[in-house]
Design a protein around this ligand. Structure first.
Ligand code: SAH
Length: 211
């Protein structure tokens, strides 16, 4: 199979799995996932599977990235904060959709690698090394927040850094087994509305507040 036909197959799988937003599909078609995974896994980059990225972390399954990004309803020029940069793939998808993207990674070596990768590929993403639990106060408030590591509760500082009318999505539940993809919308009065979007499995969020 040629790289292009693999990409087409993946887009068909995303559509079959419920991703219909053309801006999400377009961004995922453009971002070269093979350049976000280690060399030995490049031929699997367009398979609908999570892949190891070193340091015991994984880049999420494309369908999960697609569904999460779609549920978040990211518009161009929105200010979006991601917690858990990892390989940088999700951040690149957000940037490819025209979002002003900020991303935090707790592991210093991953943060270092991903800064270089995103810069080299020309994605305008601000990456900061640190515990994303506390958010990024200097750039708050955000239109959208996406947490790409499993949490057993919603980090309060992140809710506080969400704009009125903003949305936050995270894998919420038992961090050792599975989580519910949970979308929280903060209405114009600051009241929170929660909805569930299916079972997922993410690596656990780590840091002081999780211990
Ligand atoms: N979004 C990533 C995959 C996320 S894997 C991608 O597209 O490749 C989860 C990532 O969250 C890991 O890199 C892990 O180190 C990071 N992480 C875990 N806890 C964190 C925290 N408290 N703050 C910031 N990053 C965290």
């Amino acid at each position: 199979m040629t790289p292009d036909s693999r990409k087409i197959r993946l887009v068909l799988e995303l559509r079959a799995g419920g991703v219909s937003d053309r801006r999400v599909l377009g961004a995922m078609e453009r971002v070269p996932r093979e350049l976000f995974v280690p060399e030995p896994f490049r031929d699997k980059a367009y398979d609908n599977v999570a892949l190891p990225i070193g340091h015991h972390q994984t880049v999420s399954q494309p369908l999960v990235v697609g569904l999460m990004t779609q549920a978040l309803e990211v518009g161009p020029r929105m200010k979006v904060l991601e917690i858990g940069t990892g390989s940088g793939y999700q951040a690149a998808v957000l940037a490819a959709m025209g979002a002003n993207t900020y991303s935090m990674e707790i592991k210093p070596n991953l943060a270092r690698e991903v800064k270089i990768r995103l810069k080299k590929l020309g994605y305008k993403v601000e990456v900061r090394q640190g515990d994303g639990y506390y958010g990024w106060i200097e750039h708050a408030p955000f239109d959208r927040i996406i947490i790409t590591a499993a949490a057993n509760h919603v980090p309060r500082p992140l809710l506080d850094q969400l704009k009125l009318g903003g949305k936050l999505i995270l894998p919420l539940g038992n961090v050792r087994y599975s989580q519910n993809m949970t979308l929280i919308e903060k209405d114009s009065q600051g009241k929170m509305h929660t909805s569930q979007h299916g079972q997922v499995r993410f690596v656990p969020m780590v840091g002081v507040a999780q211990e």
